[in-house]
Write a protein that binds this ligand. Structure first.
Ligand code: MG
Length: 388
């Protein structure tokens, strides 16, 4: 079996309100579509993933695709969902998969086991539909009055990914271009493809309206656990005319000595972030003996730690750093530092705190021999079971 997932994400998503198209809006700190793509790229039964996107969205798409393997170059969609799916199918003629899973880009939480059920069904059927029973009582309505009860035992709720034999669904799309169908199963049935039902998932809901984003955020936070890490760092003063603290260059009568730019604040934050995800310390990732980090801007270290967190599906909840020195004065630079840190790790500035203290003239910081920093970083990562 050679299975390709075809992710339909070419819509403009206007029902979700103003701003970015909904599939590129952040959900738990990452674009919605990045989550959908990852669900399929990380599935062992899926060989490749092809996204159908709006041509204007290429830059947004690139951010979603970052760090994912198995992705084929995206294909430009069309004005209707059906035409977009057709464009995606035509683009796969060279790849020539045996089967395709056609999935809504706006369903970011397709569980791995459900994807497996659809693929397993394709071993015996040309069409497979994940679906759910209807549990609410259904009624017709007559204006504002309740009408008759509808027999719900003959009804299901259709979800995606809808699985098909590639050649069969491609032929069906070619044959029915002039008619509009609500989904691929409807079109497949018109071509005589029988569709087997498999169990869908309540987690596999579609994020369409603004309130769906709220539900998705609640779903994500319930699937996450909170972890914290601390970091501590010291650099001594040497001759010079500025210090770099939390990504901000500050004129001073001395500089800090270090292999990199000696940004003691970013080093403490980097160590705290690595600590929160159990990924060692800054020296493990960037050995001081390695000449390539000589004079390096310390944002490189924090960006690396931040990427490790993202790869684990995690997000930063907040960062709190304290700079310990007699001079220079930190207060005037505090907001610039918060902004710099927030930009490096890609979170809102109100999740970043920078504080400063002296040690009342005591100890090495009191004697003005160097600057110390300590940091606490709190992250949210998927529960072990969910990330497996
Ligand atoms: Mg250091």
């Amino acid at each position: 079996m050679h299975v390709v997932a075809l992710i339909v994400a070419a819509g403009r998503g206007t029902r979700a309100g103003e701003g970015l198209p909904k599939q590129y809006r952040p959900l738990g700190g990452r674009p919605l579509l990045a989550r959908t793509l990852r669900a399929f790229c990380s599935h062992p039964d899926v060989a490749n993933v092809l996204a159908v996107i709006h041509p204007d969205d290429q830059p947004h798409y690139q951010m979603c695709a970052d760090g994912l393997s198995k992705l084929l170059p995206p294909v430009a969609g069309s004005t209707t969902r059906q035409a977009s799916v057709h464009a995606g199918l035509e683009a796969l003629t060279e790849t020539a998969p045996t089967h395709v899973l056609i999935h809504d880009g706006a369903r970011p939480f397709a569980p791995p086991k459900m994807i497996s059920r659809v693929v397993a069904g394709l071993a015996h059927h040309d069409g497979v539909l994940p679906s759910l029973a209807v549990t609410d009582t259904l009624r017709t309505r007559i204006d504002s009055f309740a009408g008759d009860t509808v027999d719900r035992s003959i009804l299901v709720r259709a979800q995606t990914p809808q699985g098909f034999g590639y050649n069969a669904i491609l032929e069906a799309h070619r044959a029915h271009q002039s008619k509009t169908f609500t989904d691929d199963v409807a079109l497949a049935q018109r071509s005589g493809i029988q569709t087997q039902l498999v169990e869908g998932s309540e987690d596999n809901f579609k994020v369409t309206m603004p309130e769906d984003f709220d539900r998705a955020e609640r779903f994500l936070s319930s699937a996450r656990e909170t972890r914290s890490g601390t970091g501590f760092d010291v650099h001594r003063f040497t001759d010079g005319d500025h210090v770099t603290l939390c990504g901000v260059s500050i004129p001073h009568t001395q500089s800090l000595l270090g292999h990199s730019d000696a940004d003691v604040g970013l080093h403490a934050i980097t160590d705290a972030l690595l600590g929160a995800i159990g990924a060692g310390d800054i020296g493990d990732h960037f050995p001081p003996s390695d000449p390539q980090w000589k004079g390096a801007p310390s944002r490189v270290f924090l960006e690396h730690a931040s990427r490790l967190l993202t790869e684990r599906g995690g997000v930063i909840a907040n960062i709190d750093v304290t700079l310990i020195c007699e001079a220079p004065k930190i207060g005037p630079h505090r907001d610039a530092m918060r902004g710099a840190i927030a930009e490096i790790v890609g979170i809102a500035q109100d999740r970043v705190s920078v504080k400063a203290t002296t040690t009342e003239g005591l100890g090495f910081t009191g004697r003005g021999e160097g600057i110390a920093a300590q940091a606490l970083v709190t992250v949210q990562v998927p529960h072990q079971a969910d990330s497996a």
